[in-house]
Design a protein around this ligand. Structure first.
Ligand code: FAD
Length: 312
Protein backbone atom coordinates (compact mmCIF):
# COMPACT_ATOMS: atom_id res chain seq x y z
CA UNK A 1 0.00 0.00 0.00
CA UNK A 2 1.38 3.43 -0.89
CA UNK A 3 2.06 6.02 1.79
CA UNK A 4 2.02 9.83 1.91
CA UNK A 5 4.41 11.28 4.44
CA UNK A 6 6.24 14.48 5.22
CA UNK A 7 9.75 15.32 6.38
CA UNK A 8 12.17 18.27 6.54
CA UNK A 9 14.41 17.27 3.62
CA UNK A 10 14.17 14.70 0.86
CA UNK A 11 17.55 13.70 -0.56
CA UNK A 12 17.25 12.12 -4.01
CA UNK A 13 20.18 9.79 -4.72
CA UNK A 14 22.67 8.04 -2.44
CA UNK A 15 26.01 8.55 -4.13
CA UNK A 16 28.74 10.45 -2.25
CA UNK A 17 26.82 13.76 -2.57
CA UNK A 18 23.50 12.46 -1.21
CA UNK A 19 25.04 10.20 1.45
CA UNK A 20 27.27 12.98 2.80
CA UNK A 21 24.36 15.43 2.87
CA UNK A 22 22.08 12.93 4.63
CA UNK A 23 24.74 12.18 7.24
CA UNK A 24 25.37 15.86 7.93
CA UNK A 25 21.63 16.57 8.24
CA UNK A 26 21.27 13.57 10.55
CA UNK A 27 23.98 14.95 12.77
CA UNK A 28 22.05 18.26 12.88
CA UNK A 29 19.15 16.03 14.07
CA UNK A 30 16.99 17.05 11.14
CA UNK A 31 14.47 14.72 9.61
CA UNK A 32 15.64 13.32 6.27
CA UNK A 33 14.20 10.88 3.79
CA UNK A 34 16.99 9.53 1.57
CA UNK A 35 15.69 7.84 -1.56
CA UNK A 36 18.02 5.81 -3.74
CA UNK A 37 17.31 3.89 -6.90
CA UNK A 38 17.72 0.11 -6.82
CA UNK A 39 19.46 0.42 -10.21
CA UNK A 40 23.27 0.05 -10.23
CA UNK A 41 24.95 3.45 -9.77
CA UNK A 42 27.15 4.98 -12.45
CA UNK A 43 30.50 3.93 -10.98
CA UNK A 44 29.40 0.33 -10.33
CA UNK A 45 31.54 -0.89 -13.27
CA UNK A 46 34.63 0.15 -11.36
CA UNK A 47 36.39 -2.29 -9.03
CA UNK A 48 37.26 0.48 -6.58
CA UNK A 49 36.86 4.17 -5.84
CA UNK A 50 40.26 5.83 -5.91
CA UNK A 51 41.62 9.07 -4.54
CA UNK A 52 39.42 9.53 -1.49
CA UNK A 53 41.51 9.44 1.65
CA UNK A 54 40.76 6.50 3.93
CA UNK A 55 38.78 4.73 1.19
CA UNK A 56 41.29 4.49 -1.67
CA UNK A 57 40.39 1.40 -3.71
CA UNK A 58 37.25 0.48 -1.74
CA UNK A 59 34.54 -1.06 -3.98
CA UNK A 60 31.60 1.34 -4.61
CA UNK A 61 29.03 -1.19 -3.34
CA UNK A 62 30.96 -1.66 -0.11
CA UNK A 63 31.12 2.11 0.52
CA UNK A 64 27.40 2.43 -0.11
CA UNK A 65 26.41 -0.41 2.19
CA UNK A 66 28.71 0.88 4.94
CA UNK A 67 27.26 4.40 4.61
CA UNK A 68 23.73 2.98 4.57
CA UNK A 69 24.48 1.13 7.85
CA UNK A 70 25.95 4.30 9.40
CA UNK A 71 22.87 6.32 8.44
CA UNK A 72 20.45 3.72 9.75
CA UNK A 73 21.79 4.40 13.26
CA UNK A 74 20.32 7.93 13.21
CA UNK A 75 16.73 8.15 14.44
CA UNK A 76 15.85 11.09 12.16
CA UNK A 77 16.90 9.37 8.91
CA UNK A 78 14.62 7.23 6.80
CA UNK A 79 16.15 5.21 3.97
CA UNK A 80 14.04 4.18 1.01
CA UNK A 81 14.98 2.14 -2.02
CA UNK A 82 12.92 3.44 -4.95
CA UNK A 83 13.15 5.63 -8.00
CA UNK A 84 11.98 9.20 -7.59
CA UNK A 85 9.78 9.94 -10.58
CA UNK A 86 8.97 13.59 -10.04
CA UNK A 87 9.54 16.66 -7.90
CA UNK A 88 7.06 19.51 -8.04
CA UNK A 89 6.12 22.48 -5.89
CA UNK A 90 2.86 22.60 -3.94
CA UNK A 91 0.56 25.58 -3.42
CA UNK A 92 1.99 25.94 0.09
CA UNK A 93 5.53 26.51 -1.26
CA UNK A 94 6.70 23.02 -0.34
CA UNK A 95 7.92 20.15 -2.53
CA UNK A 96 5.95 17.06 -3.45
CA UNK A 97 8.23 14.12 -4.24
CA UNK A 98 6.68 11.14 -6.05
CA UNK A 99 8.29 7.68 -5.89
CA UNK A 100 7.79 4.93 -8.45
CA UNK A 101 6.21 2.66 -5.79
CA UNK A 102 3.33 5.12 -5.40
CA UNK A 103 4.65 6.71 -2.18
CA UNK A 104 4.85 10.48 -1.90
CA UNK A 105 6.85 12.64 0.50
CA UNK A 106 6.31 16.35 1.14
CA UNK A 107 9.09 18.60 2.44
CA UNK A 108 10.17 22.26 2.52
CA UNK A 109 13.61 21.33 1.11
CA UNK A 110 14.85 18.84 -1.47
CA UNK A 111 18.38 17.95 -2.50
CA UNK A 112 18.83 16.50 -5.98
CA UNK A 113 21.93 14.26 -5.97
CA UNK A 114 21.20 11.80 -8.75
CA UNK A 115 24.54 11.98 -10.57
CA UNK A 116 24.45 11.74 -14.36
CA UNK A 117 24.14 9.06 -17.06
CA UNK A 118 27.13 8.20 -19.27
CA UNK A 119 26.03 7.73 -22.88
CA UNK A 120 27.96 4.73 -24.19
CA UNK A 121 28.49 4.95 -27.98
CA UNK A 122 26.14 2.19 -29.14
CA UNK A 123 27.86 1.87 -32.51
CA UNK A 124 31.12 0.77 -30.84
CA UNK A 125 30.93 -2.93 -30.15
CA UNK A 126 32.65 -3.87 -26.87
CA UNK A 127 32.60 -0.40 -25.30
CA UNK A 128 30.32 -1.32 -22.40
CA UNK A 129 32.23 -4.57 -21.73
CA UNK A 130 35.49 -2.66 -21.25
CA UNK A 131 33.98 0.38 -19.49
CA UNK A 132 35.42 1.06 -16.03
CA UNK A 133 38.21 -1.43 -16.57
CA UNK A 134 40.27 -0.92 -19.74
CA UNK A 135 38.14 1.91 -21.16
CA UNK A 136 38.48 4.67 -18.62
CA UNK A 137 36.93 8.13 -18.56
CA UNK A 138 39.51 9.69 -16.25
CA UNK A 139 43.18 8.90 -15.52
CA UNK A 140 42.80 10.23 -11.97
CA UNK A 141 40.21 7.51 -11.25
CA UNK A 142 41.74 4.52 -13.04
CA UNK A 143 45.12 5.58 -14.52
CA UNK A 144 47.17 3.93 -11.79
CA UNK A 145 45.39 0.61 -12.39
CA UNK A 146 46.19 0.89 -16.13
CA UNK A 147 49.76 2.17 -15.82
CA UNK A 148 52.49 0.78 -18.08
CA UNK A 149 50.06 -0.37 -20.78
CA UNK A 150 49.65 0.90 -24.36
CA UNK A 151 47.16 3.74 -24.23
CA UNK A 152 44.88 5.38 -26.79
CA UNK A 153 43.22 8.66 -25.97
CA UNK A 154 40.02 9.42 -27.88
CA UNK A 155 39.96 13.16 -28.52
CA UNK A 156 37.76 15.60 -30.39
CA UNK A 157 39.98 18.66 -30.35
CA UNK A 158 43.59 19.54 -31.12
CA UNK A 159 44.32 21.05 -27.68
CA UNK A 160 43.34 17.83 -25.89
CA UNK A 161 45.45 15.76 -28.32
CA UNK A 162 48.52 17.84 -27.51
CA UNK A 163 47.75 18.02 -23.79
CA UNK A 164 47.31 14.25 -23.49
CA UNK A 165 50.66 13.56 -25.17
CA UNK A 166 52.34 15.26 -22.22
CA UNK A 167 49.91 14.61 -19.37
CA UNK A 168 49.38 10.89 -19.92
CA UNK A 169 53.10 10.09 -20.10
CA UNK A 170 52.91 9.79 -16.32
CA UNK A 171 51.03 6.50 -16.82
CA UNK A 172 52.15 5.27 -20.22
CA UNK A 173 55.18 5.92 -22.41
CA UNK A 174 53.22 4.55 -25.39
CA UNK A 175 50.22 6.86 -25.84
CA UNK A 176 48.54 7.81 -29.11
CA UNK A 177 45.69 10.24 -29.63
CA UNK A 178 42.81 8.89 -31.74
CA UNK A 179 40.51 11.33 -33.57
CA UNK A 180 38.39 11.83 -36.66
CA UNK A 181 40.10 12.88 -39.89
CA UNK A 182 37.96 16.02 -39.86
CA UNK A 183 39.16 17.29 -36.45
CA UNK A 184 40.05 21.00 -36.78
CA UNK A 185 43.77 21.66 -36.19
CA UNK A 186 44.70 18.02 -36.85
CA UNK A 187 47.98 18.68 -38.68
CA UNK A 188 49.24 21.13 -36.04
CA UNK A 189 48.34 18.67 -33.27
CA UNK A 190 50.07 15.83 -35.10
CA UNK A 191 53.30 17.84 -35.44
CA UNK A 192 53.19 18.87 -31.76
CA UNK A 193 52.40 15.37 -30.49
CA UNK A 194 55.12 13.75 -32.65
CA UNK A 195 57.68 16.27 -31.39
CA UNK A 196 56.92 14.90 -27.92
CA UNK A 197 57.36 11.26 -28.93
CA UNK A 198 53.67 10.43 -29.36
CA UNK A 199 51.42 10.09 -32.40
CA UNK A 200 47.95 10.88 -33.69
CA UNK A 201 45.93 8.16 -35.44
CA UNK A 202 42.79 9.10 -37.35
CA UNK A 203 39.70 7.03 -38.03
CA UNK A 204 36.29 5.99 -36.75
CA UNK A 205 36.40 3.29 -34.10
CA UNK A 206 33.85 0.55 -34.73
CA UNK A 207 34.88 -2.25 -32.36
CA UNK A 208 36.92 -2.85 -29.25
CA UNK A 209 38.66 -6.22 -29.22
CA UNK A 210 38.90 -7.55 -25.69
CA UNK A 211 39.04 -10.62 -23.47
CA UNK A 212 36.45 -10.36 -20.69
CA UNK A 213 36.73 -6.56 -20.64
CA UNK A 214 40.53 -6.45 -21.01
CA UNK A 215 41.16 -4.49 -24.22
CA UNK A 216 43.89 -5.61 -26.62
CA UNK A 217 43.08 -3.75 -29.84
CA UNK A 218 40.88 -1.12 -31.46
CA UNK A 219 39.28 -1.77 -34.84
CA UNK A 220 38.38 1.07 -37.21
CA UNK A 221 35.48 1.04 -39.67
CA UNK A 222 37.92 0.65 -42.59
CA UNK A 223 39.22 -2.61 -41.06
CA UNK A 224 42.50 -1.25 -39.62
CA UNK A 225 43.45 -2.63 -36.22
CA UNK A 226 45.53 -0.74 -33.68
CA UNK A 227 46.91 -2.59 -30.68
CA UNK A 228 45.93 -0.75 -27.49
CA UNK A 229 45.38 -2.02 -23.96
CA UNK A 230 43.75 1.02 -22.41
CA UNK A 231 41.52 3.68 -23.94
CA UNK A 232 40.86 7.01 -22.28
CA UNK A 233 37.41 7.86 -23.59
CA UNK A 234 35.06 10.31 -21.89
CA UNK A 235 31.61 9.74 -23.35
CA UNK A 236 28.88 12.36 -23.44
CA UNK A 237 26.58 12.53 -20.43
CA UNK A 238 22.96 13.41 -19.81
CA UNK A 239 20.86 14.17 -16.76
CA UNK A 240 18.82 11.43 -15.07
CA UNK A 241 15.20 11.54 -16.34
CA UNK A 242 13.86 12.87 -13.01
CA UNK A 243 16.24 15.83 -13.21
CA UNK A 244 15.43 16.49 -16.86
CA UNK A 245 11.75 16.59 -15.89
CA UNK A 246 12.49 18.93 -12.94
CA UNK A 247 14.46 21.26 -15.24
CA UNK A 248 11.38 21.59 -17.47
CA UNK A 249 8.73 21.58 -14.75
CA UNK A 250 10.44 23.86 -12.25
CA UNK A 251 12.23 25.99 -14.87
CA UNK A 252 15.67 25.24 -13.41
CA UNK A 253 18.64 27.01 -14.94
CA UNK A 254 21.28 24.87 -16.65
CA UNK A 255 24.60 25.73 -18.29
CA UNK A 256 25.32 25.33 -22.01
CA UNK A 257 26.05 21.62 -21.55
CA UNK A 258 22.91 20.93 -19.47
CA UNK A 259 24.44 20.81 -15.97
CA UNK A 260 22.34 22.38 -13.21
CA UNK A 261 23.35 25.91 -12.21
CA UNK A 262 23.72 26.38 -8.45
CA UNK A 263 24.98 29.16 -6.19
CA UNK A 264 27.75 28.87 -3.57
CA UNK A 265 25.36 27.04 -1.22
CA UNK A 266 24.37 24.52 -3.95
CA UNK A 267 20.93 26.13 -4.19
CA UNK A 268 19.23 26.14 -7.60
CA UNK A 269 17.25 29.22 -8.60
CA UNK A 270 14.21 27.72 -6.82
CA UNK A 271 14.22 28.49 -3.06
CA UNK A 272 14.45 25.26 -1.04
CA UNK A 273 15.67 23.18 -3.99
CA UNK A 274 19.35 22.22 -3.86
CA UNK A 275 21.55 20.17 -6.19
CA UNK A 276 24.96 18.60 -5.49
CA UNK A 277 27.44 16.32 -7.22
CA UNK A 278 28.00 15.40 -10.85
CA UNK A 279 24.60 16.69 -12.03
CA UNK A 280 25.80 20.25 -11.33
CA UNK A 281 29.38 19.97 -12.54
CA UNK A 282 30.94 18.70 -15.77
CA UNK A 283 34.57 19.27 -14.88
CA UNK A 284 34.69 18.60 -11.14
CA UNK A 285 33.37 15.07 -11.11
CA UNK A 286 34.88 12.95 -8.36
CA UNK A 287 33.85 11.15 -5.22
CA UNK A 288 35.51 13.82 -3.06
CA UNK A 289 34.07 16.79 -4.99
CA UNK A 290 30.56 15.29 -4.82
CA UNK A 291 30.88 14.61 -1.08
CA UNK A 292 32.09 18.19 -0.52
CA UNK A 293 29.15 19.60 -2.49
CA UNK A 294 26.77 17.41 -0.46
CA UNK A 295 28.24 18.75 2.79
CA UNK A 296 27.90 22.35 1.57
CA UNK A 297 24.26 21.76 0.60
CA UNK A 298 23.48 20.17 3.99
CA UNK A 299 24.92 23.12 5.86
CA UNK A 300 22.83 25.55 3.81
CA UNK A 301 19.69 23.42 4.17
CA UNK A 302 20.18 23.26 7.93
CA UNK A 303 20.59 27.05 8.11
CA UNK A 304 17.53 27.66 5.92
CA UNK A 305 15.30 25.38 8.02
CA UNK A 306 16.47 27.08 11.22
CA UNK A 307 15.77 30.52 9.71
CA UNK A 308 12.30 29.37 8.60
CA UNK A 309 11.60 28.26 12.18
CA UNK A 310 12.91 31.56 13.59
CA UNK A 311 10.66 33.52 11.21
CA UNK A 312 7.73 31.23 12.18
C1 FAD B 1 33.52 3.85 -14.02
C2 FAD B 1 33.73 5.01 -13.09
C3 FAD B 1 34.78 5.00 -12.18
C4 FAD B 1 34.98 6.07 -11.32
N1 FAD B 1 36.04 6.05 -10.46
C5 FAD B 1 36.25 7.09 -9.62
C6 FAD B 1 37.34 7.09 -8.72
O1 FAD B 1 38.11 6.13 -8.67
N2 FAD B 1 37.52 8.18 -7.93
C7 FAD B 1 36.68 9.25 -7.96
O2 FAD B 1 36.88 10.20 -7.19
N3 FAD B 1 35.62 9.28 -8.81
C8 FAD B 1 35.40 8.23 -9.64
N4 FAD B 1 34.35 8.26 -10.51
C9 FAD B 1 33.46 9.43 -10.50
C10 FAD B 1 32.54 9.34 -9.27
O3 FAD B 1 31.98 8.04 -9.21
C11 FAD B 1 31.44 10.40 -9.38
O4 FAD B 1 32.01 11.67 -9.62
C12 FAD B 1 30.62 10.41 -8.10
O5 FAD B 1 30.12 9.14 -7.78
C13 FAD B 1 29.48 11.41 -8.24
O6 FAD B 1 28.72 11.36 -7.09
P1 FAD B 1 27.18 11.81 -7.10
O7 FAD B 1 26.73 11.63 -5.69
O8 FAD B 1 27.02 13.11 -7.75
O9 FAD B 1 26.43 10.76 -8.06
P2 FAD B 1 26.43 9.18 -8.13
O10 FAD B 1 27.58 8.57 -7.41
O11 FAD B 1 26.26 8.87 -9.57
O12 FAD B 1 25.14 8.76 -7.29
C14 FAD B 1 23.85 9.10 -7.72
C15 FAD B 1 22.85 8.17 -7.04
O13 FAD B 1 21.54 8.60 -7.37
C16 FAD B 1 20.75 7.48 -7.72
N5 FAD B 1 19.64 7.91 -8.57
C17 FAD B 1 19.66 8.31 -9.87
N6 FAD B 1 18.41 8.62 -10.28
C18 FAD B 1 17.60 8.42 -9.21
C19 FAD B 1 16.19 8.58 -9.02
N7 FAD B 1 15.37 8.97 -10.00
N8 FAD B 1 15.68 8.27 -7.81
C20 FAD B 1 16.47 7.83 -6.79
N9 FAD B 1 17.83 7.68 -6.93
C21 FAD B 1 18.36 7.99 -8.13
C22 FAD B 1 21.76 6.56 -8.43
O14 FAD B 1 21.27 5.23 -8.48
C23 FAD B 1 22.98 6.72 -7.54
O15 FAD B 1 22.94 5.83 -6.44
C24 FAD B 1 34.11 7.20 -11.36
C25 FAD B 1 33.04 7.21 -12.28
C26 FAD B 1 32.85 6.14 -13.13
C27 FAD B 1 31.72 6.17 -14.12
Amino acid sequence: MSSNSETETVVVGAGPAGLTAALALARYRQRVVLVDSPRAPRNSASGGVHGHVGLDGAPPAEIRSRAWKELSRYATVELREADVEGVRTTDGGRFHVALDNGDTVEAPTVLLATGVVDIHPEQVDGFSDCWGRSVIHCPFCLGEENAGRRWGVVVDNAELATFSAVAFRAWSSDTVAICHESMPGLEGARTAVRSMGGDVVTGTISRLLHRAGALYAVEFDDGRVLERETLVWTPAQRQQPVVARAVDGLKLTVDDAGYLSVDDTQCTGVPGLYAAGDLASRWKQSFTAAAAAGATAAEAIHASLIMNAVRG
